[in-house]
Design a protein around this ligand. Structure first.
Ligand SMILES: NC(=O)c1ccc[n+]([C@@H]2O[C@H](COP(=O)([O-])OP(=O)(O)OC[C@H]3O[C@@H](n4cnc5c(N)ncnc54)[C@H](O)[C@@H]3O)[C@@H](O)[C@H]2O)c1
Length: 331
């Protein structure tokens, strides 16, 4: 039996669509996009039905699950209507642009009791499981998160939307993308961030009316179990570093998200373990599995849990604006 899945949004939605050929428990039944050319291209490539209107898609194809891959500021009404019909929801990250919307989505999903998942795919990595197992039961004294990529140059070159220049649209480096690293760090540490103190910088692209996002954000973090560390997230370097370093008394191990590996030292032994899993596919298989077995526990990152991740990033952005060290609200 296969879960019948529809996708809204033909950007990252295409990446998910390409995963169906690698799974046996799900099939792509339809895609939806307001952009006619994009939709035609995607439905041609993936051989499924296409719709400009998502309600019509739901009515005509009656999917078991919908992957909502629109930007965060066009998600809430879609998710509410999908959940109202009792259909499982996969929501791309970040779970919302701000906490008020996240709260409303969380309540809608709880009200309708539908299977739900958020696109934090690094949780599904074998490398994340590996480092989590290696450090299990030992205090982590330092957690150092580094996210450096060239996202703003993609937007300058027109490869991605100009939304990325505006903090109130894409969210900026931390809320749009840093959430991936915050989320996988929460997963690996099995802990929550308690306090944040953050600042932002614009060395290459000064803030202006047409460029309202910080290009780099630095967050000092204190975790509930006492771990200290920071997260630097930068969008103006022509390279790619996505790493989480966890250090304890007798280990210093790095989860390398870019190269899908764990490296460092553990009890005096060198660790160098690479993986080849496609964690986008694992995430997709997991969503279909949870739908078929009607078991939310098969999902590694549900919507309610993802709100903890968003709360860290949203509070850090409040700290950027106020300069104040802030507690992260409990969820
Ligand atoms: N998990 C990942 O690795 C990953 C990677 C890239 C993007 N994302 C996330 O996915 C989301 C979308 O990003 P993107 O890069 O694909 O954006 P995008 O702008 O390239 O694509 C979004 C698509 O949604 C369509 N759309 C918007 N409103 C719609 C509506 N009401 N009905 C139908 N279609 C609609 C747009 O026409 C557009 O084609 C963002 O939140 C982003 O952070 C996640």
């Amino acid at each position: 039996m296969k879960a019948r899945i529809a996708i809204i949004g033909c950007g990252i939605g295409n990446k998910h669509a390409s995963g169906f050929k690698h799974i046996t428990n799900g099939e792509l039944v339809a895609m939806c996009d307001l952009n006619e050319a994009r939709l035609k291209d995607s439905t041609g490539k993936f051989g499924c039905a296409g719709f400009a209107n998502f309600e019509e898609m739901l009515d005509k194809t009656k999917p078991d699950g919908v992957m909502v891959c629109t930007p965060p500021y066009v998600r809430m009404p879609l998710i509410e209507q999908i959940a109202e019909r009792g259909i499982a929801v996969f929501c791309e990250k970040p779970p919302a642009g701000e906490m008020a919307t996240a709260r409303a989505v969380k309540r809608a999903l709880e009200r309708h009791k539908v299977i739900n998942s958020v696109g934090f795919m690094y949780r599904w990595m074998q490398a994340a499981d590996h480092i989590k197992a290696l450090i299990a039961g030992r205090p982590v004294v330092v957690c150092q998160i580094t996210g450096i990529w060239e996202v703003l140059y993609w937007a300058i070159n027109g490869h991605i939307s100009s939304d990325y220049f505006y903090r109130d649209r894409a969210g900026g480096p931390l809320l749009e993308q840093g959430v991936h690293l915050i989320d996988v760090s929460r997963f690996v540490l099995g802990d929550e961030v308690a306090r944040v103190h953050a600042r932002g910088a614009n060395i290459i692209h000064p803030l202006s009316d047409t460029f309202t996002t910080e290009e780099t954000i630095q967050v000092s973090m204190q975790w509930r179990k006492g771990t200290l560390g920071s997260h630097v997230h930068c969008w103006t370097h022509h390279g790619h570093i996505f790493q989480v370093l966890c250090a304890g008394v007798d280990f210093a191990l790095t989860l390398d998200l870019k190269d899908n590996r764990v490296f460092g030292m553990n009890n005096g032994q060198r660790v160098e373990q690479s993986f080849t899993d496609d964690y986008y596919v694992s995430e997709l298989r997991g969503f279909c599995d949870a739908i078929l077995r009607k078991d939310q526990k098969l999902i590694r990152g549900n919507y309610a849990d993802s709100c903890h991740t968003l709360a860290v990033a949203a509070t850090a952005m409040q700290s950027v604006d106020t300069g104040i060290d802030l507690p992260v609200p409990a969820w």
